[in-house]
Ligand binder design. Sequence first.
Ligand code: SF4
Ligand code: SF4
Length: 456
Amino acid sequence: MLQPGPKDASTKAIVLDPVKCIHCGRCVEVCQNIQKVYALEFVSRGFESRIAPAGDISLSDSPCIKCGQCSAHCPVGALVEFSEIPKVWDALGKPEVYPIVQIAPAVRVAIGEAFGLPAGTIVTKKLYALFRRLGFKAVFDTNFGADLTIMEEGSELINRISTGKGAMPLITSCCPAWVDFLEKYYPDLIEHFSSAKSPHEMVGALAKTYYAEKMKIDPASMFVVSVMPCTAKKYEVSRTEDMSSSGYQDVDVSITTRELVRMIKSSGIQFLDLEDEEADNILGSYTGAGTIFGATGGVMEAAIRTAYFLLTGKNLEKIDVDITRGLKGVKTGEIDVNGKKIRIAVAHGTGNVRAVMDELRAAKKAGKPMPYDFIEVMACEGGCIAGGGQPYQVTNAIRRKRTEGIYADDKKSKLRLSHENPDVALLYKDFLDKPLSPKAHKLLHNHYKARPLYYK
Ligand code: SF4
Ligand code: SF4
């Protein structure tokens, strides 16, 4: 019989316990054939056959991008997220700590499945109520950060188009697994990345500056928890060289949807019986454009809605941008903005992304015109609604249901355009000045660097 051996927790995003492995190979399939990362492989054969990082080194020394798709498909818990639950309980139990929480767009549409609700049911306001019962002192929403990301990234796109300065196409950068993938596999394309941080890091930085100033709270006492659909956000939080623009670590801990489910169940709170509540001002309001960040194509669609306004001074007549929607691995098309054609590509699942990046690389090497102006990439198939930290057993049918839930929430929102979020406008008026201002750059933007595929 195999004896308990050392676990591999080196990535601080996922944990591999080889002894639990039953050799089903689902993680190898998803890592090699869906994600095309090749961080995991079978080693040895027969009785001692097991899963291990490629080359049998630690995962942090492998090409792993921390997407967590292996953990979402492992049936026996041999691959799980790196748990930060003890740190959250600890912060909630200390009176001197000011705990703050935020939820990502995709969490609200999937977490209900763990409590018997159909896939795609939105439970945003129950989550707000839950967080207050758990002891959080401020309840924010990452959707606010998504609206803000669009203001910054949309302005960056318009700037690059209108001034001719900055590499085109612009590529979205709000998925940390994708950032890790590009830094490792396509470092020659880093200049195409948007410098905008991901939405939850923006909210974290603003909680410890803007909110702290307004509420007269010592930011050193704040503990920001992000509830994300994602294990890669744990890795992103650890990139402290870029993620401490407030003067402190902007987000202290990121937990997955599954970790929040475990916390709710162990708290004894009857989640489904909670009455709806609202998020807190001034980082809690959002538009439908912020919500659709959770699905593949959503960032692109939200950006197009605002870029159109920034370029023309008018809102789109038809707000829904159909060509960005659906589960096709790579979606391409053109958007007409006042006679100017913006050529777009949307790719999800890193296995699908390589074709688009190879196209860019080839055009660049040959000195040919680039085929696109704006590209959205999400590392997980379907986008964050099917992230590596979401409830188990996702299928394409469930991806569709969660996506429908997200778009239904957008459709029923009074405001569906990021530039119409009144609290985002207030933030610029009172604190940041305008998109891409020096202060916005300091707090909301990021740097990237080439990372070797194998660290040893
Ligand atoms: S987290 Fe993603 S890249 Fe890393 S081993 Fe798992 S599937 Fe592969
Ligand atoms: S697509 Fe979303 S859930 Fe998946 S790794 Fe990227 S940010 Fe995380």
